[in-house]
Design a binder for this molecule. Structure first.
Ligand SMILES: Cc1cc2nc3c(=O)[nH]c(=O)nc-3n(C[C@H](O)[C@H](O)[C@H](O)COP(=O)(O)OP(=O)(O)OC[C@H]3O[C@@H](n4cnc5c(N)ncnc54)[C@H](O)[C@@H]3O)c2cc1C
Length: 386
């Protein structure tokens, strides 16, 4: 193990690997330390939808910047993240229509390829979709999903080609500070002296914070995904749906399956220990999700259940990330708390974190609203992102 590094990144999920990738290409000596293997945490179980629908402008900007990387991954990083462009549809009711109109306007101004559709237009695009209860629709043709494991490994491999040191099966066990600044990272394989640490440990981010005496409000929560086989007569183009009317999302999986996820309280949100939780789906989530996918796509009456699983979000009180340097201790940066929507931002966030560390600020996106101190200052972001 190297003895010193300019930066130690803790956590080899998509965020940590992307940060290491973009730091290394700027000539920074970076060590990426992962307690298991890359993408072994929530990243590897992500639905990995790459959408640009957000109400916070900064997140629209970072998701759009990331989309461009996914579309040109081969040139920017190398290799294929297996990005599948499907198109993404958001379905809402009467009450949501004015909000959706203003969000679409804002997203367009920021450069997102998005349009409002009427339910009839939706039906011409997706004839097998039941639109009887749908009032408003937005359509993002460029959206899709990627392979989160491939993406993360490619970031890590590129980082290594640019000089980064990668350590898998290496647990960070402690951090020592000197004169108010981080100084040494202790791991299961040795120590690394460094003036800068990036906490990209996802649901374990709170534990890493405690190593330097800071309290990060990250409450790991359990979320479930149910998988359905499409019947032979589901023939319309497979698109991703955020179905606000049913509190669910439907994501194609390859050519013959759908993943169903939800933001529903019954389906999700149990606070868990990320090292000890049930990875199986609960029996009651099967009928709940089957009812919803069959309501939206009646042809799915003939679908069959193909399994389910549960994974963990690194949830914060306002379901928004914690980004930036802690004021309590110099050199300790956070990139955690993505609360179930981080994957799509990882390419841009790696670039922006690298800039932030090197120049003190992220050039074209003001990320200060995600500052770690906001909870202490009582500033909670008020945006419910699906
Ligand atoms: C079921 C599910 C569906 C999702 N769907 C989407 C989606 O459709 N679109 C989207 O954008 N996002 C989605 N997300 C969220 C997204 O996957 C996460 O926000 C993102 O993967 C977080 O990446 P990360 O790198 O911050 O953290 P993680 O993937 O949690 O990585 C953190 C890493 O840190 C390591 N670590 C922890 N402690 C230590 C230590 N002491 N020493 C060394 N290493 C340590 C862990 O082993 C882990 O590998 C979903 C998440 C889940 C669970």
């Amino acid at each position: 193990m190297i003895r010193t590094a300019d930066v130690v990144v803790i956590g080899g999920g998509c965020m940590g690997a992307s940060t290491a990738c973009f730091l290394a290409r700027l000539g920074v000596t970076v060590a990426l330390v992962e307690k298991n293997y890359f993408a072994s945490g929530p990243t590897g179980q992500s639905s990995a939808v790459v959408r640009q629908h957000y109400s916070i402008q900064q997140l629209v900007a970072t998701s759009l910047r990331s989309l461009k990387v996914f579309q040109n991954f081969h040139e920017v990083v190398g290799g294929s993240p297996e990005f599948v462009k499907t198109g993404w549809l958001l379905l809402g009711d009467d009450g949501y229509a004015p909000t959706l109109r203003s969000l679409v306007e804002m997203q367009k101004k920021l450069g997102v390829n998005v349009e409002l559709l009427s339910p009839t237009e939706l039906n011409s695009l997706q004839p097998q979709t039941n639109v009887e209860d749908v009032v408003c629709v937005s359509y993002h043709p460029d959206t899709g999903y990627a392979n989160p494991v491939a993406t993360t490994k490619l970031f890590a491999e590129r980082a290594q080609r640019d000089g980064a040191y990668l350590y898998e099966n290496t647990m960070v066990t402690g951090i020592r500070a000197k004169g108010g600044r981080v100084h040494t990272v202790t791991t299961s394989k040795g120590e690394i002296d460094t003036p800068v640490i990036v906490n990209a440990a996802g649901p374990w981010g709170g534990k890493i914070g405690k190593m330097v005496g800071v309290d990060l409000p990250i409450g790991p929560t359990r979320h479930q995904i149910i998988v359905f086989q499409k019947p032979y007569d589901y023939w319309q183009p497979a698109m991703i749906y955020a179905d606000l009317l049913q509190d669910s999302y439907f994501r194609p999986e390859g050519t013959d399956k759908f993943l169903v996820g939800a933001s529903n309280e019954i389906f999700n949100h149990d606070k868990v220990n990320p090292d000890d939780y049930s990875g199986e789906a609960d029996p009651e989530t099967l009928p709940w999700s089957m009812e919803r996918i069959r309501h939206r796509f009646p042809v799915m009456q003939r679908s069959s259940y193909r399994g389910g699983y549960a994974a963990v979000y690194d949830s914060t009180p306002d379901e928004q990330p914690i980004i930036g340097q802690m004021t309590e201790i110099d050199g300790f940066y956070c990139l955690v708390g993505w609360s179930g929507h981080g994957f799509k931002h990882s390419p841009a966030m790696g670039q922006l974190m690298a800039e932030m560390i090197i120049t003190g600020t992220a050039s074209d996106v003001d990320l200060s609203i995600f500052s770690p101190s906001r909870f202490r200052e009582g500033f909670i972001l008020n945006a419910k992102e699906f």
